[in-house]
Ligand binder design. Structure first.
Ligand code: OXD
Length: 293
């Protein structure tokens, strides 16, 4: 009976055979091959399996109007927060100094500091940077943030605009880079920006290697104007074997793992957005190509 009813229903609505039905194609991926968009010219949207999109925007054949939709948080904000918090706490608790003292067999008590005494600056206040800034402020750190446009985040001194950039840098005992790589941010942490940081500042880069002038960082470390850096991203990845960063005593590095894509929440987010798009609804996370993120 069930089969008969189903057959009748099918006959009455006269659906087209599956091979004639219009199929909508969506692309999902991280670093597609260079000719991916040439080979797939008929996508309705492309979902990136990460937060950054700089590597996609220059690809051949990328249709001008194809919506590129990035992952928003999907478990990355929490990982980023924990990674940065770990490095910030090392600064606050003077772990590096105590490790050095242990190696030298020296018993010296250093003065302990409250969280509020450490000024943390977050450059980039999007889904990941905004969350980091807000959570650090809630923990009692003195937090400022810098972004392209105005932001409001509880407990965070949010700055923007060229005139506030030097003021922002001058108040960063720890500077965390969380901004996307765009034409405006490429190389923005250069010799001048590093010189604007307070003496003894620490740099954390979890965004993109090309935000930072690597030679300028080495020079600033050499001069002792900044204390050190934690780097998760590099101009060339994997970091070349002979790169000076590997053995540098003032650099801590990890292989681009500060926030990894978590399959389950990412897949849920993409599936949910596909359903919304198919129902003609709007979705968030669409990249603004002019802005570059
Ligand atoms: C990202 C990354 O952009 O992992 O998500 O770098």
């Amino acid at each position: 009976k069930a089969t008969a009813t189903a057959a009748a229903a099918a006959a009455s609505s006269e659906p087209k055979p599956a091979c004639e039905q219009a199929v909508t194609h969506f692309g999902v991926g991280w670093k597609p091959p260079a000719d991916y968009f040439v080979e797939h010219p008929d996508l309705a949207a492309f979902f990136t399996a990460g937060a950054g999109v700089d590597h996609l925007l220059g690809l051949d054949g990328l249709p001008e109007l194809l919506p590129i939709i990035r992952l928003e948080d999907a478990g990355m904000a929490d990982q980023m927060f924990l990674y940065c918090l770990h490095e910030i706490l090392r600064r606050l608790t003077l772990s590096g100094d105590y490790e050095r003292q242990q190696r030298e067999g020296r018993w010296v008590e250093l003065e302990s500091r409250p969280a509020a005494s450490l000024r943390v600056g977050v450059f980039g206040l999007g889904a990941l940077g905004g969350e980091l800034a807000r959570r650090l402020a809630a923990m009692g750190f003195s937090v400022s943030g810098f972004a392209r446009g105005p932001h409001q985040l509880e407990g965070v001194n949010c700055l923007h605009g060229a005139s506030q950039w030097p003021l922002f840098l001058a108040a960063c005992d720890v500077l965390v880079l969380m901004a996307p790589l765009t034409a405006q941010t490429r190389g923005v942490i250069d010799a001048r920006a590093l010189a604007a940081l307070p003496t003894g500042a620490w740099l954390i880069n979890v965004a993109r290697g090309a935000l930072l002038d690597e030679a300028a960082l080495l020079a600033a470390l050499e001069r002792g104007s900044i204390a050190g850096a934690t780097l998760d991203v590099f101009q060339h990845e994997p970091l070349p074997k002979d790169h000076a960063f590997w053995q540098h005593p003032r650099i801590r590095l990890t292989p681009h793992v500060a926030a990894q894509t978590l399959i389950a929440p990412s897949a849920r987010q993409v599936a949910d957005k596909i359903l919304r798009l198919q129902q003609g609804e709007s979705v968030s996370g669409i990249v603004n190509r002019l802005r570059g993120y």
